[in-house]
Design a protein around this ligand. Sequence first.
Ligand SMILES: Nc1ncnc2c1ncn2[C@@H]1O[C@H](COP(=O)(O)OP(=O)(O)O)[C@@H](O)[C@H]1O
Ligand SMILES: [Mg+2]
Length: 733
Amino acid sequence: MFLTLVFAGVEALVGLAGIIVDQNTSFQYDASLEDALAAFAFCALVALVLQQQERHGLAALSSLLALGYGVAKAVVVGTTHHSTNPASIALCAVCGACALGALVGSLRERRMVRDTDDYHLLEDGPKPAKLSAYAIAKLLKPYFWPRSLVGRVSVFSTLLFVILSKVCTVIAPLVLASAADAVADRGDVRKAIKMSLLYALLSFTGKILKECQSLAYLNVQKYAFIDLSSDTFAHLHSLSLQWALSKKMGEVVRITDRGIAGCDTFMKYGVLYIGPSIGEAVAVCVLFYVHFKLWALSLLVFGSVLAYACLTIKMTLWRKRFRQAMNKSDNAWHDRLTDSLTNFETVKYFTAEKYENQQFSREIACYQKSSVSVQASLSILNISQQVILCGCLGGAMALSAIAVHNGQASVGGFVAVNVWIINLFAPLNFLGTVYNALITATVDLSNLSELLAQKPLVKDPEPKVDHPALLSKHAIGVAFSDVKFRYPGVTAVDAGLKQVTFEVAPGTSLGIVGPTGAGKSTIARLLFRFFDVEGGAVTVGGVDVRNVTQASLRMLMGVVPQDTVLFNSSLDYNIRYGKRDCSTDERDDAAKHAALFDFVGRLEEGWETVVGERGLKLSGGEKQRVAIARLFVKNPPIVLLDEATSALDSRTEADIQGALAALSSDRTCVTIAHRLGTIATCDNIVVLNRGRITERGSHAALLALDGDYKAMWDVQARNSEVEVAEESSPEPQ
Ligand SMILES: Nc1ncnc2c1ncn2[C@@H]1O[C@H](COP(=O)(O)OP(=O)(O)O)[C@@H](O)[C@H]1O
Ligand SMILES: [Mg+2]
């Protein structure tokens, strides 16, 4: 890879040199090789860019085209009888050889990439992710147009400071040129002094503006971070339950974290570092042309900057391997040291001191070797950078000397060239590291962009209409009519719910029983509209749940789930979550109803007791009661108890039963349970099996039916007798 780049680079530089040589002789198409040299130089530059983008096939094609043109031109020149400049013939031959080298190199590269694509991925660092410019622009929008006005002013100042600082850097050498001209004249010493001072001032201003830009950017960073994080957070909460169920939350947190940091890297390096550097390179090249009227000079400088950039990037990636190897061997010798000393006694038992010494020395030698490689490769990088920099400097100064000699430029211009070129190359020194950071940022950005592109499965109707029952606190009913449903991605024909029809009149209760996996919780999820039905309809208060906003629908309902998850905060916070603005009296009332008040009174920190992550510091029954109190505070007209007591022992269940009964009185209540005792008092009961309702009726009616329900009832009655007997027997001594 490196050799191919060198071939193409030499080809480009020799081509450019050849054009300059040829320029001095009068152009005659049949006799001159100038056009062939130009073709070599151009195609080599194209090949360099393509190589950089790892489009080895196209790079090979570009080299082939240059070769073809060169050979064709050689035939034309050979068959005419004009004499051709021997220097151009030699340069053309060198170009031809280099083009051949680049062609072979590119083809080999192409084959290698094909063979070991994955291997390359690991070796050369992360592969740039496919990310459209639109997606990047959308992510970076808060950096250019934050919501806060102060933020916008900061963005504007940052960009202004960047531009002004670069303008100072580019203009300063022009002033230096005037100073040098004034010195050379030996006449106007005042002008010389004035210009010198102005030059110093401009250089100083350039540096100060750069610092101002960094300061202004701190503000941009702050506002963009706020916007980006809160937008991402809001987006995540706008997604459907199915997304949350199918995603690893740790991964989501990581993607968000890295994505936001990646946006900052992109902005800092891409927009504020590389962008202005490219602008400066173009401005300097244009200035060179304007100043010296030599396009070869501009081309040489531009080509050198390009070659310098490519070389720095490639060599930094190449150096990464040495650094990784060094880190690995560093860990290895430390591990060896610790392990050996931990086993001190064992080493003595086996008199293995000498062996341990040998092993340790080997690890140390390995570390030293890789550490030398890191340093040596850094020196190689520095030398290569200096070769290009000094080559460009020498070439540019020689060309400007010619321009001064020909009267196309002044001595001052000659002096300024030096400063321009040094300024131009200085920021490119760390380009490799910057490139690496940018590639990593692209991967992070593409992950975040993918996350932000997720669409919610369940959407609110347009225009957004709230549920009409929201304002009245009367009891409302619930109905499922011929509901058919399958979870997204599930294709099995008999999965999900089929022909589920039931009605719960306002203020009455419905019990749903059935074996695990029958679809009981699915009914609860459809009621909350976490998913949309495939056929039929779910209605709440006579309104199809699809015709009202999800928020207004969910305000009408409350649930006590099987596994209550609590926020890692105080008991007070967790209960007030049901209604954020509830009064202390309301909270205490709710706690009394949920049989929680006395428990809180006994706690040392009372309401301020922190419940631990997911509420793990509380027992199952206590958590359950917090969930019930939370619902009392919310006070919804419909409550849903999804196996609310299944994880509890019979005694705690009996304790909570009272609280649940209080919660469901005066409300429409749907109770899901597999312990039939909990639902025996319901006005109506449905038995669900494999997504279908198999039996329905009141407890007495279902027992009389002598079907599945009766069978379950008998089994549970027997089990509970055993349980009661066990619980009342004396403890074994
Ligand atoms: N998000 C989901 N995606 C796919 N299948 C699911 C999902 N949630 C539940 N299921 C499946 O749907 C069926 C019914 O689940 P559920 O209603 O939770 O049962 P239960 O009656 O025990 O409450 C089960 O077979 C379950 O594996
Ligand atoms: Mg369930």
